[in-house]
Design a protein around this ligand. Structure first.
Ligand code: SF4
Ligand code: SF4
Length: 72
């Protein structure tokens, strides 16, 4: 999976996707208070962002990588 699109008609600006992306692909656009795809080339297909509560994020099929994160 790779992130394809954020539907700004659905996005409420909750920032959940920004906080969940381990690669800093998604940023908040403060002017419109919506999430935007900033560094798509850094997307590592983890799929965490697709948990958007508004279902605003579309991801493309692609290579699946397992991701191990340390939260400590
Ligand atoms: S998780 Fe969804 S609703 Fe929240 S900022 Fe990201 S795209 Fe918008
Ligand atoms: S798939 Fe993973 S790396 Fe790519 S934008 Fe979503 S959370 Fe970030």
């Amino acid at each position: 999976m790779a992130i394809e699109k954020i539907d700004h008609d659905l996005c409420t600006g909750c920032e959940q996707c920004v906080l969940s992306c381990p690669m800093d692909v998604i940023r908040m656009d403060e002017e419109i208070n919506k999430a935007v795809i900033k560094y798509v080339e850094d997307c590592m297909y983890c799929g965490f962002c697709v948990d958007c509560p508004e279902k605003a994020i579309t991801i493309l099929p692609g290579p699946t990588q397992s991701v191990t994160l340390g939260w400590g």
